[in-house]
Design a protein around this ligand. Structure first.
Ligand code: ADP
Ligand code: MG
Length: 265
């Protein structure tokens, strides 16, 4: 359904190709907006096709970490690489779909879902017009997120969940192979949240790398394969199932947090 940036040749690789390097590689990253670091000594490597969730209390540095790995902020110390390139120098925006925290709220541009999704093609067509093939990709992306019936509706006239799906469709139209989502379901009704996670599962099964910041620990343990628990430093990084039982949960969130995951205790 979509092309991945993976090589599908049978040749034995003689050198490490770009497609085999980690999608995201942070090495000893520290950063502070002031002299006080808000993330400290972070080393994380995420491989193509992983589904990783970042959890942590409010103000623990999750959104800051996202901005660092996307190259929107520069580390005070350490290095951040995206697809094997220094994150701040990375310029293939089409490969990365970023759905920011509360994306689109307060946005009163009178544009439709289809126009938003069309933007995903801009890195591919430059200043040119979209071809028929580009439009097919746009419409396919809208269909994938289940928004065909809303394609001509203005994004201001959508629910929060529908709007988030439109932004995901934009990333899909760009043929992004990394999807970074910062608390995408905040303010989204429960039913839409379920549909949203089903969509992420489908995209992950299709080979897209998913990095999700999420406050809902239950959703995280149900859907993501790997959890990174952050509270300025990394408290835990491992399989979701192990996170629920780990001491990191209580250390980062305080005791009683385990009930948040629906687990016993
Ligand atoms: P989270 O996403 O986990 O809630 P953030 O990364 O947004 O955490 O924030 C981490 C810390 O950095 C908080 O103490 C927050 O107040 C501070 N912070 C976030 N953004 C800025 C900014 N643009 N300028 C100054 N301080 C900031
Ligand atoms: Mg945040």
């Amino acid at each position: 359904m979509r092309s991945h940036h993976r090589s599908d040749t049978d040749e034995a690789p003689t050198e490490t190709t770009e497609s085999e390097s980690p999608v995201i590689e942070l090495t000893d990253v520290s950063f502070g907006y002031t002299a006080t670091p808000v993330v400290e000594d972070i080393s994380v490597s995420i491989d193509p096709g992983e589904y990783v969730a970042v959890v942590g209390p409010n103000g623990s540095g999750k959104s800051t970490l996202m901005r660092l790995l996307l190259g929107l902020l520069e580390p005070d110390a350490g290095t951040a690489e995206l697809f094997g390139v220094d994150a701040t120098a990375f310029d293939d925006g089409a490969r990365v779909g970023y759905v920011a925290q509360r994306a689109g709220t307060g946005q009163d541009m009178p544009i439709t879902v289809r126009e938003v999704v069309k933007m995903g093609r801009f890195p591919h067509v430059g200043f040119g017009r979209l071809s028929a093939a580009d439009w097919r990709i746009v419409d396919k992306a809208i269909e994938t997120v289940g928004m065909t019936g809303f394609a001509d509706r203005r994004i201001t006239n959508l629910s929060g969940g529908q709007r988030q799906r439109a932004f995901i469709a934009r990333a899909l139209a760009g043929e992004a192979d990394l999807l970074v989502l910062d608390e995408p379901t905040v303010g989204v009704d429960t039913e839409s949240v379920d549909a949203f996670y089903e969509l992420l599962d489908v995209l992950h099964a299709d080979g897209i790398t998913v990095l999700l910041i999420e406050h809902d620990l239950q959703a995280v343990t149900e859907h993501a394969e790997r959890v990174i628990c952050l509270n300025r430093e990394i408290y835990f990084d491992g399989p979701s199932a192990e996170f629920t039982d780990s001491a990191a949960l209580a250390r980062a969130f305080g005791t009683g947090a385990q009930s948040l995951t629906g687990g016993g205790g």
